[in-house]
Design a protein around this ligand. Structure first.
Ligand code: GN1
Ligand code: MG
Length: 401
């Protein structure tokens, strides 16, 4: 860490606003030596609140850590989220350390009392190590970047592949279970269309949804309704494969989107961050999520949803990078469901965004009332583009085996 000038001492920087001073006080709970000198928001997470904390050390140098408030509306048992991360750290501690290149996994930093979290007015706060000398990008910038993203995901999968899946708690029931999202969607539609009085969800009652909207928004909502309707049956594909024993539960990351894969100064993947959703699942959830996120050059937050496409060349590079390390632990059936996984995870996220829009934006953080509707359109356009390139994608997957 570089030395910092004495002027960076903390006392005169401590903010006075109550929410902010509470934040500073919470950060101090995790500091064993030195004083907090700076706190700033970190990343663009849609669920938790995340901050980067700088500590001024007695040696007059600095150290940094990540401070996070877990959203207990989403994660109903935050202590289990933290427990899963501790289980992972313990597992990695016992792994051989002769990795072929730099790789770091974020770990929990204890409070001054040695606890894994700080409880403040019923809210769970935790501190996590910060991966220094690295950065993330919001979209994939090159084929080389895409390959690194795939390599990073596979490295993580390889490291956790020896962790018995039953050691991880299911911290978010129904996460990536598309049929469960469809059930919830049907329930929200029923409530919206009928005010909870009957159970009608047909096209007539759907019209009630759009009565109060301007024509553009109404058209977008109708497009989304029809989009989901046409894919209802196929959307069970991974869960059916799991139930039939073709795909098995394993430890997964759960959220390996582009901005969760950290790159070192040389552009190589060095870490997979954001371990909230580390839990039992299918590798397909991760692979599909990583590709739906990374192969959309406009990114998931674009407003230009009409021009969203799935870039097959980026997908090829990403899967190539993935398979370098993952070939050993993929079975014949795993390969068979890769195309569906890519298509499904894009569809599923669109469905989740659309449902949240219909429900009044209760799950994902939004910047404006139609934010989740636009996000849904982005994912549905991406799904359409994946579907239009099915043959190419299937051939590409086959050629990489
Ligand atoms: C949420 O909070 P964040 O940004 O890490 C969501 C993911 C979505 C993602 C879309 C627990 O992740 O599943 O893919 O938004 N996490 C949860 O950006 O629902
Ligand atoms: Mg996350």
């Amino acid at each position: 860490m570089p030395k910092v000038p004495a002027a960076a001492l903390v006392s005169d920087k401590h903010p006075t606003g109550s929410a902010e001073s509470l934040l500073w006080a919470i950060a101090e709970r995790f500091v064993r030596s030195g004083q907090v000198s700076d706190i700033r928001p970190l990343g663009n997470g849609n669920i938790n609140s995340t901050f980067l904390v700088t500590v001024f050390l007695p040696s007059r140098s600095e150290s940094r850590f990540v401070l996070q408030r877990i959203n207990a509306q989403v994660f109903r048992q935050p202590e289990l989220v933290i427990q899963n991360m501790a289980v992972l750290s313990e597992h990695l501690r016992c792994q051989p350390t002769d990795l072929p290149r730099r790789w770091e996994t974020p770990h929990i930093l204890p409070t001054q009392q040695g606890e894994h979290f700080w409880l403040e007015s019923g809210e769970y706060w935790r501190a996590i190590s910060f991966i220094e000398d690295s950065h993330v990008l919001e979209t994939v910038e090159s084929l080389a970047h895409a390959e690194e993203v795939g390599y990073g995901l596979a490295m993580f999968h390889r490291l956790i592949s020896t962790l018995p899946v039953d050691r991880l708690a299911d911290t978010l029931e129904g996460f990536h279970i598309t049929p469960a999202y469809l059930d919830h969607y049907a329930q929200v539609l029923t409530e919206r269309c009928t005010d909870g009085k009957t159970t009608a969800t047909d096209a007539d009652s759907n019209a009630a949804l759009t009565d109060a909207l301007d024509s553009l928004q109404a058209e977008q909502v109708h497009y989304c309704l029809a989009f989901v309707e046409q894919r209802q049956d196929w959307a069970h594909v991974l869960e059916r494969a799991k139930a039939a024993g073709h795909l098995q539960l394993r430890p997964i990351h759960g959220d390996p989107k582009i901005n969760n894969i950290m790159l070192g100064e040389n552009g190589q993947a060095v870490s997979l961050i954001d371990l909230d959703t580390l839990k039992p699942g299918l590798l397909h959830y991760d692979i599909g999520d990583c590709l739906r996120s990374g192969c959309n050059p406009l990114g998931e937050e674009t407003e230009d949803w009409e021009n969203v496409v799935f870039d097959v060349e980026l997908a090829r590079a990403m899967l190539r990078g993935y398979l370098v390390q993952a070939k050993d632990f993929l079975s014949e059936s795993d390969y068979l469901y890769l195309y569906d996984a890519i298509r499904l995870l894009a569809f599923e996220l669109g469905l989740r965004f659309f449902t949240d829009y219909l429900e009044g934006n209760v799950y994902f953080k939004v910047k404006h009332p139609t934010h989740n509707l636009i996000r849904a359109l982005v994912q549905f356009k991406l799904t359409e583009s994946i579907e239009a390139q099915e043959e190419t994608l299937r051939a590409m997957i086959q050629s990489l085996r």
